[in-house]
Design a protein around this ligand. Sequence first.
Ligand SMILES: Cc1cc2nc3c(=O)[nH]c(=O)nc-3n(C[C@H](O)[C@H](O)[C@H](O)COP(=O)(O)O)c2cc1C
Length: 351
Amino acid sequence: MLAPVEPANVFEYEAAAAELLDPAAYGYFAGGAGDELTLRDNVEAFRRLQLRPRVLAGVGDPSTAVTVLGAELALPVLVAPVAYQRVAHPDGEVAMARAAATAGTAICLSTLATSTPEDVAATGATRWFQLYVFRDPGLNAELVARARDAGFTALVVTVDTPVLGRRERDVRSGFTVAQHIEIPALGRGGITPAQALELISPSLTWRDLEEFAATAGLPVIAKGVLTAEDALLAVEHGAAGLVVSNHGGRQLDGVSATIDALPEVADAVAGRIEVLLDGGIRRGADVVKALALGARAVLAGRAPLWGLAVDGEDGARRVLELLRAEVQMALQLTGVRTPDGLTPAHVQRRR
Ligand SMILES: Cc1cc2nc3c(=O)[nH]c(=O)nc-3n(C[C@H](O)[C@H](O)[C@H](O)COP(=O)(O)O)c2cc1C
């Protein structure tokens, strides 16, 4: 028998995960809202951009390290908040956090995680907490205090989910988190994504974000900004950063790919707060394009998740290491010694 072949890239990890996962679970992780136009465009938009490499730049062995909210990370790719990771692998977010720690990056833990913040803290990974703001203010205060006490260093408030996008794969499959997989924030399992989202406030405003920024005792990052107008409001209302994100194409179908929205957001922010991006990151070259257009770092959701599904902690770590190696090679071949040497002049639209 041939030895099993290690997936060579993120797309092959996805194919292997699709073989292994229950079809309803795979549909939940892979799918997007509506016609999945934005889901596909997040990936395709990176391909409409080309790199403009400079040669003979004497770059040697470039560093992939970046500083994000004061923390030095070995690569400009953080693990995005993804709910219900124990559905992908029994070790769930704890394995993902260990993988992030080994790779030298940070994990953003979802409110709808299936591991506790304390168990994730015990891995020693640099950690941020993603908050879905619940209708119940007491629960919000409790979650924020718990994250702060467990050494989470940023509060990532998701601003693009007043209601759950209609994900037709889940409507068809009836995807439900199994009863035995507990979501600590809710104190239960046996729930559909739509049922969980009914607990979330549909009427969050910038004033609420400002309130979190003033009271959380943690820097607040607004996750889900796609326009210059909202980027200015994030700056005005006390955010320490924002994530240009369309929730991986899972919320409003038909919005722009995140990489296409990045330039106007980066222009509007003009360096006053940190700009991050997620959506469609599958290759190191995607990361380099995002950094060139103004992101300090990116987050990847599905990419490390496919690694987790295939081989737990080791699989997630291999995906992160693969991305790091691809980023390093892309820097080397672009002629840049460090990520902050990238500028918009390193990218052009495909002619
Ligand atoms: C299965 C799945 C679950 C997600 N759960 C959350 C979540 O709980 N909170 C959140 O803010 N974003 C969530 N997201 C969005 C991600 O944080 C991120 O924006 C998106 O995955 C980026 O796109 P990518 O998967 O192409 O990297 C989820 C995404 C996926 C694919």
